[in-house]
Design a protein around this ligand. Structure first.
Ligand code: GDP
Ligand code: MG
Length: 162
């Protein structure tokens, strides 16, 4: 059967941008400020001939709810609906309280969690990805939704776990 992959991460980390990269189309709306998410949240993609379903949990937003309630709600959706979770953080903003909250919640699932560090736009930022080992979700995979880099290695790992 086709594996379902969920993208989880605090607002503005780049979920919609990464969603578009993973499916190879621009159907999700990338917001220039946090909170704009009238997005397409389900789609399908393919990697090396294997199909997958993708969910952007950021598109399922409880507007006007506190940030921590939103991230908890989205992590619950990912843990319920996905076979594999891509936990997205950002090299640009670094490790935040909301990242740690999501990280704690995701320790409750037995499903594979793959940590991806978005906004790793240049080689110097690759040094900053090591901070994210503290989340306890294993090796961080650097990606840049803006530049389209790192997605081959990330998808290889996702499909191995699928
Ligand atoms: P979401 O709230 O998690 O869905 O985040 P978005 O995909 O809407 O992106 C939030 C902001 O981060 C937008 O201004 C994007 O252009 C920007 N962004 C997304 N990916 C990258 C990236 O790889 N590098 C940089 N520098 N900015 C990015
Ligand atoms: Mg979004």
């Amino acid at each position: 059967s086709i594996p379902t992959i969920a993208l989880v991460g605090r607002p503005n980390v780049g979920k919609s941008t990464v969603f578009n990269r993973l499916i190879g189309e621009r159907i999700s709306i990338v917001a220039d400020f946090p909170g704009v998410t009238r997005d397409r949240i389900y789609s399908t993609g393919e990697w090396l001939g294997k199909e997958f379903r993708l969910i952007d949990t950021g598109g399922i937003e409880m507007t006007n709810e506190p940030l921590m309630d939103q991230v908890r709600f989205q992590a619950e959706i990912a843990m319920d609906e996905a076979d594999i979770i891509i936990f997205l953080v950002s090299a640009q903003e670094g490790l935040t309280d909301a990242d740690e909250e999501i990280g704690h919640m995701l320790h409750r699932t037995k499903k594979p969690v793959i940590l991806a560090v978005n906004k790793t736009d240049n080689p110097e930022q690759r040094q900053e990805i090591y901070d994210f080992y503290a989340l306890g979700h294993g090796e961080p995979y650097p990606v840049s939704g803006a530049h389209g880099t790192g997605f081959g290695d990330l998808l290889d790992e996702v499909m191995v776990q699928a």
